[in-house]
Design a protein around this ligand. Structure first.
Ligand SMILES: NC(=O)c1ccc[n+]([C@@H]2O[C@H](COP(=O)([O-])OP(=O)(O)OC[C@H]3O[C@@H](n4cnc5c(N)ncnc54)[C@H](OP(=O)(O)O)[C@@H]3O)[C@@H](O)[C@H]2O)c1
Length: 350
């Protein structure tokens, strides 16, 4: 465990240097890791664990295209791929990677297989934190642990194949065996994390729900839409408005900010851009702060979790979702975006 200073605050992190793969393999050598669910995180984590030399099986319901996807990825029915109940029975570590709504409905089945000494692993603090709403209350004699990769399962796999790693948080909800810490860190290294930082189930879910509703996905689309609308209302063409709102950000600026930080970005743009950005960023902060405070409070009260549970468990959820996504896709801004993407030089040959 290394203490790292993050902007003045010391935090414990685990790196791959201090907890190498060989150590993780040693810790988990007698375990059967059952990855339950093969949606987005399932494939990323299961394939990385397999390639890293761990004993891993996949549990997936059979009457589903997802089963075929697992077979196509090389999981062998009856050997490394099983219906959910069989995998739950065989696993000593249950990586519960169904969708959060799926976790609620399959929970009564999972409970039957949580024999003393097993570990129940999540990649989100949702189910256990909002237990009054989800009914997910693990028995006292199993370890309950979390590794939450800070990104999509697709990125987790892609970065692993490139020899890189996605950072993850880890947490222990319940240590029944005395081995929870070793188990969780070994799994975090095994699934291909960059470095691991410590959290709690509650903090993981509060920050995650805030982040995805905020700057990662909700707020960013809101800000894009507002700026695009103002530019269009003032007579700018869709191409100009889209380039100034989205394309330049995603293609040029964000990779540089990721590499060097925002002060570097401000220092390495035109002096005109620099002056404007420095003068305006605090205005945007002040304008959005009340919305972020409201968002966090809705998350902490459990209202956001309840809204997700209610909407995701409706039988016509996918149909309604498609309607909402179509609205975004068909908006002028994102239709302009599709045209701009098509015009990128790398698409010339397509
Ligand atoms: N998406 C990410 O990259 C990401 C990132 C960080 C953390 N997480 C967390 O990781 C966990 C898994 O998320 P995910 O996005 O990978 O989930 P997902 O893609 O939505 O999961 C789909 C999986 O759940 C199964 N499933 C759903 N409902 C089911 C039910 N009622 N009965 C049986 N199986 C059911 C699906 O099977 P079928 O295909 O047969 O329906 C599929 O295997 C969640 O806790 C999530 O919060 C996800």
């Amino acid at each position: 465990m290394a203490k790292i200073n993050f902007g003045g605050t010391e935090e414990n992190v685990v790196t791959r240097e201090e907890f190498p793969l060989e150590k993780a393999r040693e810790v988990l050598k007698d375990e059967v890791i059952a990855v339950i669910g093969y949606g987005v995180q399932g494939p990323g984590q299961a394939l990385n664990l397999k390639d890293n030399g761990f004993n891993v099986i996949v549990g997936q319901r059979q009457d589903s295209k997802t089963w075929d996807k697992a077979v196509a990825d090389g999981w062998e029915p009856g050997k490394t791929l099983f219906p959910i109940e069989e995998a739950l029975d065989k696993g000593t570590i249950i990586q519960y990677l169904l969708s959060d709504a799926g976790q609620i409905s399959v929970w009564p089945t999972v409970q039957k297989y949580l024999k003393p000494g097993k570990a129940l692993y999540f990649s989100h603090g949702f189910g256990a934190t909002y237990k009054e709403r989800t009914g997910i209350i693990p028995p006292k004699d199993v370890d309950v642990i979390l590794v939450a990769p800070k990104g999509s399962g697709t990125s987790l796999r892609r970065m692993f194949l490139e020899g890189r790693g996605l950072n993850s948080s880890y947490a222990i909800f319940q240590d029944a065996t005395g081995k929870a810490k070793d188990r969780v860190v070994a799994l975090g290294i095994g699934v291909g994390s960059g470095y691991l930082f410590e959290t709690t189930f509650q903090r993981e879910v509060y920050s995650d729900l805030t982040g995805e509703r905020g700057t990662l996905m909700g707020a960013i689309q809101g800000i894009f839409a507002a700026q695009y609308e103002v530019l269009r209302k003032n007579g700018h063409s869709p191409s100009e408005a889209f380039n100034e709102t989205v394309e330049e950000l995603t293609q040029s600026l964000m990779p540089l900010v990721a590499e060097n930080g925002m002060d570097w970005m401000y220092a390495n743009c035109s002096t005109t851009a620099q002056r404007g950005a420095l003068d305006w960023w605090k205005k945007f902060r002040d304008a959005t702060l009340p919305v972020f405070s409201d968002l966090y409070s809705e998350v902490a009260k459990g209202n956001e979790a309840q809204r997700s549970i209610d909407s995701n468990s409706q039988s016509d959820y996918r149909v309604k979702l498609e309607a909402e996504l179509t609205e975004l896709r068909e908006s002028e801004m994102w239709r302009a975006g599709a045209a701009v993407r098509q015009l990128r030089p790398e698409n010339d040959k397509k």
